[in-house]
Design a protein around this ligand. Sequence first.
Ligand code: GDP
Ligand code: MG
Length: 179
Amino acid sequence: SSFASKNDHLFPKVKVLMLGDAGVGKTSISRRLTEEEFHPSYVHTVGIDFFEKAIQIHDQIVRLQLWDTAGQERFHSLIRPYYRGASGVVLVYDVTDRNSFNNIQEWMETLRENLNLGQITDTLIMGNKTDLVGRRVSSAEGRTLAQRQNCAFAEVSAKDGNNLETSFMGLAQRIWNRR
Ligand code: GDP
Ligand code: MG
């Protein structure tokens, strides 16, 4: 990143989890945000992937860390350390995949079960792939779900980058402001 230096590790970090069904675009979003490019290939790795970007909030440089599930989401078997210390969560669905939207509720429950007592997270429900035709979930439905769940809401495209930076900056700012 443009702020990269040997002192990077000294900056405070904000840990954000990427959750949602396989194929919705979690890895693409994470890469797009931190590497500013879109990789059209579909790669399954095991374990946890980790993306980091230095951002500026007010006058503070913060390391925004995105923890990506790296294929484990298929089994809903993300290990506890994945959740530890997380202060933000992005629940991703694909606006062209109704199932992935219906499963957001389940992901919310999985999240609640795995958070430690007293652990507070800001949650952002994110509809991805707005660049595609053949939408199956309207913006209004997404927004309504987010309001019911007391979450923020955004629609983005990892492909064209639409609304991505703004959404993550908003989330990071909300997390930072409630410290
Ligand atoms: P993950 O399993 O949630 O990590 O999803 P991936 O990031 O691996 O993406 C799954 C597939 O959807 C890949 O083929 C991506 O290229 C594609 N994809 C991801 N985001 C977008 C997007 O915003 N628009 C389009 N058109 N395709 C996307
Ligand atoms: Mg992935």
